[in-house]
Design a binder for this molecule. Sequence first.
Ligand code: KG4
Ligand code: ZN
Length: 337
Amino acid sequence: MRILGIETSCDETSAAVIEAIPGENKIKVLSNVVASSVLLHAETKGIIPEVAARQQIKFIIPVIKEALNDAKMSNDIDAIAVTAGPGLIGSLLIGVETAKSLSLSWNKSIISVNHLIGHIYANFIDELNNIQFPAIVLIVSGGHTDLLLMKNHNKLILLGGTRDDAAGEAFDKIGRLLNFPYPGGPVIEKRAEKGNVKAFKFPRPMLDSNDFDFSFSGLKTSVYNQVKNTKLNEETINDISAGAQQAVIDVLISKTFKAVKKYNAKSILLSGGVAANQKLRDDIQLNARRYSLNAGIFFPEKKFCTDNAAMIATAAFFNYKPVPLQKITANPSSHFS
Ligand code: KG4
Ligand code: ZN
């Protein structure tokens, strides 16, 4: 079965073709094309939704053409999967309306996919046979920080989430305080490599709270106060980056492990843009060994952590029955019970 995936929820325009062999449950990515308007948003230090939507209009057809070309296909796919939300409405509409038009003219089924479910399924590209349930899923992106219990492919239970800023959003806002371009996360990671993690101590919000919720806005305020009282130079910027990054990582790992223990999870799945952070990947593995945690740890290839259409097509394969065009709904069905 070959699925064309389309993802336009924010500032990336992506199309991919995956090949899934139902009996084997193995996903092969035949193509995955991503065009990003991130450089425009770097200038404004954040995303302006209308600018993102106009770039989606510009990129959508060339990106789909290139994805089909790379996969050596024309319209001989079996279904079209498209992100229906959450995301910026102007950006989402470009993908959804394009998918509906292609579905109508090619007479193909259309599958609507929740963007967050897509992020989770980036882990199932090539890894399927090793992932065991129940799994604890940590989604850490620019818009979301959620901890979920995944009992099986159709059963996801939301355990907790951020009460204010998402982890990626915190990185982006801290990046702005340090005068980094958008998105701040990857720059903070680079600067932190050269910094002293002990030079500045930042709070670990809600570390000991008796739930699975997060809060990152206080950390941002703490960094703001530190920046105001510090003479910024290369060294102090690197040190603040290292300290702030570690504060986020410590909370994410602590809550994830707490959930793993409570639910006796066999796997941990990291997903979302922040899952590309190497320090987070290293620390979660290191701590799992230190605390003899008996769960397999999975994270997608870095190119599948940030927004991409291969993950959307993969989520579609595992979760949805294709529906006739007229039944598509712009509201993503909620998978979090
Ligand atoms: O999943 P994603 O591409 O888009 C959303 O759905 O939000 O995530 C983007 C977020 C941004 O906040 C960005 O700063 C963060 O992921 N990010 C990182 C890294 N790469 C991307 N954060 C920390 N370290 C990274 N290497
Ligand atoms: Zn995303």
